[in-house]
Design a protein around this ligand. Structure first.
Ligand SMILES: Cc1cc2nc3c(=O)[nH]c(=O)nc-3n(C[C@H](O)[C@H](O)[C@H](O)COP(=O)(O)O)c2cc1C
Length: 276
């Protein structure tokens, strides 16, 4: 829903499937939680719906059909939300401050990283990418085995084909650079280590994301959750040997002057930390 709201080329009436899921989930949530009106998930649902209504009303788009799929009180309860509500939806990020990213502290860097799905037309400097790889090599790996591999794809046709197979970046222009992170499983010994390719590859990918952000580049992590057929097609396209496992993609580009990004609200850490 937030992705749809943050598109530069806004498509009126998008997201019917997701809207009907939100509608279906609100009533069970009301029943399951007596304090549902302050439940963060409930609030996020309402907030996304509020933003959806606001954007379509602005554009005079008739939402009668969508409204009919919602319980009346849910559809109307968004009216209690104020314009400055920041629970869900999107905001337009001013990218000019990203130029100073090498000089901001880690907390600020991490708090201000957002997935960016639309990029400036300016090509990405290879020099910067090489610096990004250099610092990402400091990522720890099991027994320092360094099994992660990176495919840097800049051929526009290959990028378009890879992302068509990937199927999670639809409706956006193509990024100028696409990275595929893989793990060379020959670095692993036995079945106890079966998850390590993804652990090490995941850690390396996060380093890449932060290093790219630090060097002022815009990124979006993209899944490599391939069916067998997508896996085969991707391997053939990028010439990936059998002994490497795809971990994930990262789309990379220069920031446009300003860009809409999804808020993607996080849970309260108290709800995920168990102190033992
Ligand atoms: C492993 C992974 C796979 C992802 N796959 C996709 C994807 O296929 N398409 C997409 O638009 N975003 C994808 N994302 C981006 C997430 O939606 C995004 O990171 C999340 O909503 C949090 O937002 P933020 O990155 O702006 O903090 C992926 C993120 C991760 C970490």
């Amino acid at each position: 829903m937030e992705k749809g709201l943050s598109h530069v080329q806004f498509r009126c009436g998008f997201g019917k499937g997701v809207l009907s899921e939100i509608s279906e989930q609100m009533t069970p949530l009301e029943k399951a939680d007596s304090n549902y009106d302050v439940n963060p998930l409930y609030q996020q649902g309402l907030s996304a719906l509020h933003e959806y209504q606001r954007r379509h009303t602005e554009l005079n788009y008739d939402l009668t059909q969508v409204e009919a799929t919602f319980p009346d009180h849910v559809w109307r309860s968004t009216q209690r939300m104020t314009e400055d509500n920041e629970t869900a939806g999107f905001f337009v990020m001013d990218s000019s401050r990203k130029r100073r990213n090498l000089f901001v502290d880690f907390v600020q860097l991490a708090q201000n990283r957002y997935s960016v799905r639309e990029y400036a037309s300016k090509p990405v400097s290879q020099d910067l990418l090489d610096k990004v790889y250099e610092v990402s090599m400091k990522t720890p790996s099991v027994c320092n085995r360094q099994a992660t591999r990176v495919y840097q794809i800049t051929d526009p046709e290959k990028i378009a084909t890879a992302l068509k197979i990937q199927d999670g970046f639809n409706g956006y222009g193509m990024p100028p650079v696409l990275l595929l992170i893989t793990s060379d499983i020959r670095a692993f010994m036995n079945n106890n280590e079966r998850n390590e390719p993804f652990v090490d590859g995941g850690l390396f990918s996060m380093s890449l994301l932060y290093a790219l952000e630090a060097y002022g580049l815009a990124t979006c992590p993209l899944n490599a959750m391939f069916s067998l057929s997508s896996d085969r097609k991707t391997r053939a396209l990028l010439n990936i040997p059998d002994y490497e496992l795809p971990v994930m993609y990262i789309a990379v580009g220069n920031f446009p002057e300003s860009v809409p990004v999804c808020r993607s609200t996080r849970r309260d850490p108290k709800t995920i930390v168990k102190k033992i």
